[in-house]
Design a protein around this ligand. Structure first.
Ligand code: G4P
Length: 542
């Protein structure tokens, strides 16, 4: 059979398609989407500020500072949260250096753990773990690390505050290995300690980064290089030779193991003194992966595919609370996003116009003409988009993995003014879409129940109900200590279960069935009585 020759238009289209595919691949390859994980006070804000300064994204670090200054009293935090300007601007920060585009996704910094943090971590390809050199691994570091491990997110470690009295380096490294079960591969080694800290020795490409030299590397042939004795005091040089030799006991850096999340390269520095930041950035550019393959329900999506795919991992109310505009944060997974595109929302099949996708810089937002895999853009909408939504150019696929966690705190929201019932329902629905709380409608018609992972979320809800909707509410306790999503193929069994506990059954925001239990014992009992049902602690949103 003779092949039908391609028409000129077809080959032109194919040519254009190939060009776009090549651009997508190039742009994807130079992007790094990452988050910083740290226990409060370890220096996340200071480091963020210094990274942005280096990337030329901001002239003055004022905006980020404002966040650092919210000294974690609850009321301060809420005031800042209500001032949406700052939190929107700092949700995603983009900066470019040596041809690499860094997208730094902010994880909420307050001590109370919220779902927002988990969701943000679904949208990054790597994380920088900041550790206070005097404190080592702290509670929040460990929690955040566990989330990264769950998703095999590769981690670069930055041991901060080296300019101050710090713990012994070996002790710190051993602690990381032991408490996190993560192999460490130091790539820098501190020279001197505490007040006597002068810089680091580069173990991968022999050389010294000295604080006094503005941390620029001075290359050496190795630890035996006599230049070392000219650059630092002889006793420091000797000490370095001895300890760096002992550092040889740690494993060599193995890029593959880093990518699979079982090994972390370790850098040392001082965010406050702007030391070690350049080295860390080099590491991020060199080792952190470009946008990774993402599993979807029907197949795995590769970043270099020419057609656009992405998912919404965060929703935030717009700057102006009088207009109920919301910005949905879309992480692009493949293809090219162009201004003016109409995307397909998989959940509903509806078209979502993207007329003014927003890019976020430290201080302002700009309309993006194009965006690429690894980028995050803001899409303004009136509540059409939800957390977990997949948007595509055409294909009806769904990314899995933006999770909802079974809340441990369950409260009824009550109002004294009966007239405000409708307003409260609308408000709760909108705030649930934004992910402030989870909302459940009991099937027995009793008042709505909200669920949260961290108690602070309840304060935020109450404050926003008043400030943005004029609804004064109060919480009433419930007899329940846990909830589970109910999944089953057997409809009759679900029906029997519903009838067995008519007052402990509700629907979540998406209409999925949930059951409330007063105790673990009750839940186990239900699982025994209804073996056809599954009681899920995590629900992946679609
Ligand atoms: P966080 O976002 O992780 O909570 O920490 P943040 O950057 O706000 O830093 C917490 C405190 O630690 C700040 O001091 C900050 O200046 C200090 N810090 C951060 N990095 C370093 C470092 O490398 N060396 C030293 N010595 N200190 C560092 P603060 O006194 O609590 O606040 P501020 O008055 O300086 O704003």
């Amino acid at each position: 059979i003779a092949e039908v020759p391609a028409s000129p238009e077809t080959s032109q289209r194919e040519q254009a398609g190939r060009e776009i595919a090549a651009r997508v691949a190039t742009e994807a390859a130079r992007r790094r989407a990452f988050a910083i994980i740290a226990h409060p006070d370890a220096g996340k804000t200071t480091l963020t500020e210094k990274l942005l300064l280096r990337g030329g994204a901001i002239q003055l670090a004022g905006q980020v500072r404002a966040k650092g200054d919210r000294r974690r009293t609850r009321s301060d935090w809420m005031k800042i949260e209500q001032d949406r300007g700052i939190s929107v601007a700092t949700s995603v920060m983009t900066f470019e250096r040596d041809g690499v585009v860094f997208n730094l996704l902010d994880t909420p910094g307050h001590e109370d753990f919220s779902e927002d943090t988990y969701r943000t971590l679904t949208a990054v390809d790597a994380a920088v773990m900041v550790i206070d050199a005097a404190k080592g691994i702290e509670a929040q570091t460990r929690k955040l690390f566990e989330v990264c491990r769950l998703r095999d997110i590769p981690i670069i470690t930055f041991i901060n505050k080296m300019d101050r009295e710090s713990r012994d380096v070996f002790e710190l490294l051993d602690e990381i290995e032991k408490t996190l079960a993560l192999d460490v591969a130091p790539v820098a080694w501190p020279v001197g300690a505490g007040r006597g800290f002068v810089g680091t020795y580069d173990l991968l490409e022999p050389g010294l980064h000295l604080m006094a030299e503005g941390s620029k590397a001075v290359r050496l042939s190795g630890l035996d290089d006599p230049k070392l004795d000219e650059l630092v005091k002889p006793e420091l040089a000797q000490e370095l030779r001895d300890s760096a030799e002992l550092a040889g006991a740690y494993q060599d850096f193995d890029h593959e193991r880093f990518l699979e999340g079982t090994m972390t390269p370790v850098y040392f520095g001082s965010a406050l003194r702007d030391f070690g930041i350049g080295h860390l950035l080099e590491g991020l550019a060199k080792f952190a992966p470009p946008p990774r393959d993402r599993p979807a329900d029907s197949r795995t999506v590769t970043a270099a595919e020419p057609e656009l795919t992405g998912f919404v991992f965060k929703i935030q109310a717009n700057m102006d609370p009088n207009h109920r505009d919301r910005v949905a944060f879309l992480r692009i997974c493949s293809g090219r996003l162009q201004k003016g595109m109409r995307l397909r929302q998989t959940r509903t099949g509806k078209a979502v116009p993207v007329n003014a996708p927003l890019f976020f810089f430290a201080q302002d937002r700009q309309v993006a003409e194009e965006a690429w895999p690894g980028d995050v853009v803001g899409i303004a909408n009136h509540g059409i988009l939800r957390i977990g939504d997949t948007l595509t150019e055409r294909e009806g696929l769904n990314f899995s993995g933006v999770p909802s966690f079974a809340p441990e705190i369950l409260r009824r929201v009550m109002i004294d003014d009966a007239m405000a019932g409708k307003k409260l329902r609308t408000a709760l629905e909108q705030l649930a879409e934004e992910g402030v709380v989870q909302l459940f409608r009991p099937l027995d018609g009793t008042p709505p129940v909200v669920g949260v992972v961290g108690a602070l979320q309840l304060d935020v809800l109450a404050a926003r109900l008043v400030a943005e909707y004029g609804v004064k509410s109060r919480y009433e306790g419930t007899p329940w200590g846990l909830m589970r999503w109910v999944a089953a193929d057997d409809k009759a069994a679900v029906e029997r279960f519903r009838r067995s506990i008519p007052h402990d059954i509700a629907e979540d925001h998406d209409g999925a069935l949930v059951a409330f239990f007063s105790s673990d014992w009750r839940r186990n009992r239900a699982a025994e009585d209804f073996p056809e049902l599954r009681f899920l602690e995590v629900r992946e949103q679609h």
